[in-house]
Ligand binder design. Structure first.
Ligand SMILES: [Zn+2]
Length: 179
């Protein structure tokens, strides 16, 4: 094994990550009915304590840390994606934040992405919110079409979210890393 002393270098391996208050960048989510349903009377407080980290890599969208429950957001996604996609992604991630704070697992390494209970719950909530803001069945099916799932998984996820299957063989509307 190569150790630092052999190479004459030193690497500080505890890198800091820069965290910002969620409320500095995302306002009004405490008034969104599906978000209120998640956190209940504690909604405002829950969002006040939430932190967000931005990353600039040209891949990936959003995620929730399974170490401390903060949000990770691609600054490119935030800036360039369709507004509604960003909005729904935030609702989705808030569901993961709630799961994390309730002590539930976020990752299920042995299950496919669309079979993970954490994802099914988050997507159901997201679809509920999408319906509330007037999105059509087709738009919601398209929202679920992400690059890292197969057509069969896409179909399964849509069904689990109570959507009517309406495939147009469209390319995924975005790429992504993990969640
Ligand atoms: Zn997710």
């Amino acid at each position: 094994m190569t150790v630092e002393s052999d190479l004459g270098v030193r690497i500080e391996r505890n890198a800091p990550s820069k965290l910002y208050p969620f409320l500095r960048y995302f306002r009004g989510f405490d008034g969104v009915p599906t978000v209120r349903k998640l956190f209940g009377p504690q909604t405002a407080r829950a969002l006040r304590s939430l932190k967000v980290e931005f990353f600039s890599a040209r891949f990936g969208y959003m995620g929730t840390s399974d170490v401390d429950g903060h949000l990770l957001i691609s600054s490119h996604h935030l800036k360039d994606s369709e507004f509604r996609t960003v909005y729904l992604d935030i609702v989705h991630e808030l569901c993961h934040v709630k799961q994390f704070r309730s002590g539930k697992a976020l990752f299920y390494p042995k299950l496919s992405y669309v079979d993970a209970p954490s994802e099914i719950e988050a997507y159901r909530l997201t679809i509920e919110e999408g319906r509330r803001i007037g999105m059509t069945n087709r738009q919601l099916v398209d929202y679920l079409k992400v690059e890292w799932i197969t057509p069969a998984e896409h179909r399964r996820l849509a069904r689990r979210c109570g959507l009517v299957w309406a495939s147009d063989k469209a390319r995924p509307h975005r790429k992504r890393i993990r969640r």
